[in-house]
Design a protein around this ligand. Sequence first.
Ligand code: UD1
Length: 418
Amino acid sequence: MPSLVINGNKRLTGKVEVDGAKNSVLPLLAATILCNGKSVLHNCPILSDVDISLKILEGLGCVCKREGHTITVDSSGVFDCCIPETLMRQMRSSIVFLGAIVSRCSIAKLSTPGGCELGPRPIDLHLSALRQMGLEIKEDFGILDCKVKDRLHSADINLSMPSVGATENIILAAVNAEGLTVIRNAAREPEIVDLANFLKKCGAKISGAGTGVIEITGVSQLKPCEHSVIPDRIAAATYLSAAAITGGDILVENVDNEHIISIINCLEQSGCRINQYNNSVRITAPERIYRIEKINTLVYPGFPTDAGPPMMAAATVADGTSMFIENIFDNRYKFVDEIKRLGAKIKVAGRVAVVEGVKYLTGAAVEATDLRGGAALVLAGLAAHGTTTVGNIWHIDRGYECIENKLCGLGAEISRIV
Ligand code: UD1
């Protein structure tokens, strides 16, 4: 099993470029199904989750081509409307394909995504919204059998929680539906805005993306377009946290500064100096950061749940005690037992984690438990004295393109053992 071997206790310096956002490219790839032609997406990260999405598209009849960070999807020959269970299980967020498939084909068959490393991953909001739009859904033995008579219709949908995935699914279903669909309490994440911008270029009528109320007027057809994926705000947060934990001084390039305000505020609070430029951020960390009083993970524009673990890694060596409160997922703290093997002092009680900063961490062998928790272990390894081996790194490869190359470019000593 591949692993990352890190010789730690090295201060990071230099420049790192952030790739396109994983959480944006997946719904964008799903959206290409609707365009009935050749869509071109630039700034696509090279990640295993993207490979799985391409396999799903190919299974549906799309012709996909990747050249570096550009992916072309020709969806003119879509002939299938099923996603095999093996692919659904490899990527729980594949549920975002549902809205696009029923919008294009009027039928869809896929398995429910089930739980994941972060705990239960319910899709009740997705299904109830699509039912309100006229989709008949039969759920049998974990398979969703969906069909719509004729065409999906408009609905006034009030989400009880601003779910990112449900908002994406409704948008994808509504762009071709009959009439005006309104999503209230919609997710406001930048990835929603990116999806809406792509669809608008294709001819969709969408207003309000990025606010709590999104209005979509269905059109009969979309045309393909060319689009560049927004930068990955979570990868940016991870590299900034890597600088914070190593007392480093780095420039993070290809960033939308507005998307990471909550992260910048937190790093400034911890004593890091932040200089913001056009599309880049420089962080100059003190030798030892201060405690981060309280981090409450929230929906956007609050502090993102996905940036919690990397920031918690930084807090393990901070001067003082930091508190994290996780409000989105039930199982965010699985990596804590692993990071404690390096000497971190963390106490977890339900949604709260209290991190008592220690002067230094010591290298150890650990296993990644999930994507962002895995990144946190790598960061801890960068700061730790001695050698850290992080196993199960397929989790990390789902969301970070060549993490070891990027960190080596900043002066870290990491190698991948295969
Ligand atoms: C997306 C991101 C994920 C990020 C999360 C929150 C992708 C591929 N994934 O996940 O990285 O951590 O947003 O920013 O973009 N919920 C329900 N019922 C539903 C749907 C969601 O109860 O039908 C709950 C979930 O259990 C969770 C919360 O809503 O507690 C947030 O989930 P959601 O915003 O849907 O996250 P995802 O779209 O799954």
